[in-house]
Design a protein around this ligand. Structure first.
Ligand SMILES: *Cc1c(COP(=O)(O)O)cnc(C)c1O
Length: 435
């Protein structure tokens, strides 16, 4: 297959983009600000590989930040997308495929009785939040430092100065009043959670959490923390919202909620937010919960939510084809084993090199930290060795391995990553760790 090679390479592409797009990118992390250097401009992808505009090939561990769980250009997905496109790009009227995708999501997520489809994880989390407030009639929400739920105003918040105080906006353009009901707590801190509920319990609409946080690299909620979180939400009538935009259909077929249900008998969240994998690389996300909660949404109930392109037929076809493939017997066993092999291999390479390197994985998602032990919260993630991460990132990139360009991001393995890719990655890592 031919590859478009731009004479000026990545640098020229970046310069051109910077003239007309702020920072040259349409989502900040793509700009390589955290690690320095010139972002790679991608011309095409296939299987486990990306090619940049200089014709260089990389093993891809970003996978579009999660969606590409089958690898790039999976034939069943391409076929479904091209067939759907020929039938029409968008109708603004309901289609049967939307119900089929909703059924496919619900079938794999038994805590979800109904879903609504939207176009991005941001939109899904924002809508879930409005619905939680509408359904409970309460204003306050709890989130955790280091968890990302998209860029809706009320969720762009960092912790305030004192324990159980309300947060500060993390972005200009968000007035403090807009986040005055958002309480930001430390991840995995049971005592803070208890204090927050003791102070504000009757006012808390929901707690939103990334159950395995992938936006501060890879940090699991501990079992005692998750158990207590569930108890407190139930006791105070707050909804527990699992943001599974990253973990859903990624850490297991049943998402992180299946992982925690396996660790805490009877465990379930009240609402769930999905994205990334359910669109298979097209703009599609969803939020769902019990029929009672979801029936509060317009047109049935008083909570307004809408979207011109929601349930877009091409995106829906892409998501459906992706979910069909990952449901096949043995899919997750193989993906999990391969991802675990990578995480273990990286840790072994660290030991060999005498470099502190802690790694973890669940399903097709992994994390690695230049630290002696796995961090349990955001501050501990910040305390890991950033200089070494940046050196390692560039050393890997130079060897044709494309890792996330910031230490705050999880990594993703796809079904197209085979032994050859794994061996090449670990060989590169052993060399890179010498530097
Ligand atoms: C990616 C992500 C989002 C935002 O999704 P977008 O589609 O980028 O808007 C929300 N929550 C989590 C956990 C995510 O990883």
């Amino acid at each position: 297959m031919s590859t478009d090679v731009n004479a000026g390479g990545n640098a020229a592409a970046f310069e051109r983009a910077q003239r007309v797009i702020p920072g040259g990118v349409n989502s900040p992390v793509r700009a390589f600000r955290a690690v320095g250097g010139t972002p790679r401009f991608i011309s095409r992808a296939e299987g486990a590989y990306l090619w940049d505009v200089e014709g260089r090939r990389y093993i891809d561990y970003i996978g579009s930040w999660g969606p590409m769980i089958l690898g790039h250009g999976h034939p069943a997905v391409l076929d479904a997308v091209t067939r759907a496109a020929r039938q029409g790009l968008s109708f603004g009227a309901p289609t049967e495929a939307e119900a089929e995708l909703a059924e496919a999501i619900i079938e794999r997520m038994p805590t979800v009785e109904q879903v609504r489809l939207v176009s991005s994880g941001t939109e899904a989390a924002m809508s879930a939040l409005r619905l939680a407030r509408g359904a409970t009639g309460r204003p306050k929400i709890i989130k955790f430092e280091g968890c990302y739920h998209g860029h809706a105003d009320a969720l762009l918040v960092k912790a305030g100065s004192g324990l159980a105080t309300f947060g500060h906006p993390t972005s200009a353009g968000v007035p403090p009043e807009v986040v005055q009901h958002t309480l930001v707590l430390e991840y995995n801190h049971v005592a803070q959670l208890e204090e927050a509920f003791a102070q504000h319990g009757s006012q808390i609409a929901c707690v939103m959490i990334e159950p395995i946080a992938g936006n501060m690299n890879f940090v699991r909620a501990s079992v005692p923390f998750m158990r207590r979180l569930r108890e407190l939400c139930t006791q105070h009538g707050a909804l527990l919202v699992f943001d599974e935009v990253m973990t859903g259909f990624r850490v297991a077929l049943g998402g992180a909620q299946a992982v925690y249900a396996g660790l805490i008998p009877g465990f379930k969240p009240d609402m769930s937010v999905f994205g990334k994998v359910i669109g298979g690389g097209m703009p599609l996300a969803a939020f769902g919960g019990t029929r009672a909660v979801m029936s509060q949404l317009a047109p049935l109930g008083p909570v307004y939510q809408a979207g011109t392109l929601s349930g877009n037929p091409v995106a829906t076809a892409c998501g459906l084809a992706t979910l069909r493939e990952i449901r096949k017997p043995g899919f997750f066993e193989a993906l999990s084993a391969r991802t675990r092999q990578l995480a273990d291999g990286l840790a072994a390479a660290g030991r060999e090199a005498g470099v502190p390197l802690a790694t973890d994985s669940e399903g097709g998602m992994f994390g690695f930290f230049f630290a002696e032990a796995l961090p349990q919260n955001y501050n501990a993630v910040l305390a890991t060795d950033k200089e070494r991460f940046n050196r390692f990132f560039h050393a890997m990139l130079a060897r044709g391995v494309y890792l996330a360009p910031a230490l705050y991001e999880a990594g993703f393995v796809s079904a197209a990553h085979g032994d050859a890719e794994l061996d090449a990655t670990l060989t590169a890592a052993r060399e890179a760790l010498k530097g």
